[in-house]
Design a protein. Structure first.
Length: 197
């Protein structure tokens, strides 16, 4: 497996605001339903100023998707190498994953529904980040099985099932719903650990 592209280039505050705004507009109108001029107008800026930050609309889309498929991975995967038991570390990752969904709802929607709008190069980059995340979690679960903490005969399949489960709130979570996002993260962490014990 090839390593994903180099480290995250952290965006400045204004650039991050523009990515969040574009993600919201892509969610509301669809990627093809909004142009650079519409994004600039929503940001109360001239289109030329928006082009100062982003070369084109696809770059904005890619940055919105990277909130999920790059930044989440960069922030969450180190939790698996942190202190604690295998169960404690996996629980932290699951909590963080679910909370990330709740706090980045527009980006998650865009990453799930507008991926096909990317050209082949950026799409391959996103897919490589996704594979890296899946592979590392499967490897971690296998290590937890060898250590006697988890009971699982197919760590790769278990990883896919866990990711399907923890990605689920992307389709239905609302901040005004039954559980606040932190509590939902705790509940999901508990369910994942019960599956592996």
């Amino acid at each position: 497996m090839t390593a994903p592209p180099a480290p995250v280039r952290r965006a400045g505050a204004r650039r991050a605001e523009l990515v969040a705004l574009a993600a919201r507009l892509f969610r509301e109108r669809g990627y093809h339903g909004v142009g650079m001029r519409g994004i600039a107008e929503a940001a109360n800026m001239q289109a030329a100023s928006l082009y100062h930050h982003f070369t084109n609309k696809e770059e904005l889309l890619l940055e919105a998707i990277f909130v999920v498929d790059r930044d989440l991975i960069v922030e969450q995967l180190p939790l698996l190498d942190g202190p604690g038991t295998y169960a404690e570390r996996l629980a932290r990752l699951v909590r963080g994953h679910v909370v990330h969904i709740g706090t980045n709802r527009d980006a998650w929607w865009v990453a799930g529904r507008e991926l096909r709008a990317l050209s082949p190069g950026p799409l391959a980059t996103v897919q490589e980040y996704r594979r890296r995340y899946q592979h590392r979690i499967a490897e971690f679960i296998a290590d937890g099985v060898r250590a006697g903490e988890f009971a699982c005969d197919d760590p790769r399949l278990a990883t896919l099932a866990i990711l399907d489960m923890v990605n689920g709130p992307n389709g239905w979570f609302r901040p005004t719903g039954r559980y606040p996002i932190d509590e939902l993260g705790d509940r999901y962490a508990g369910m994942v650990l019960r599956l592996l014990r």
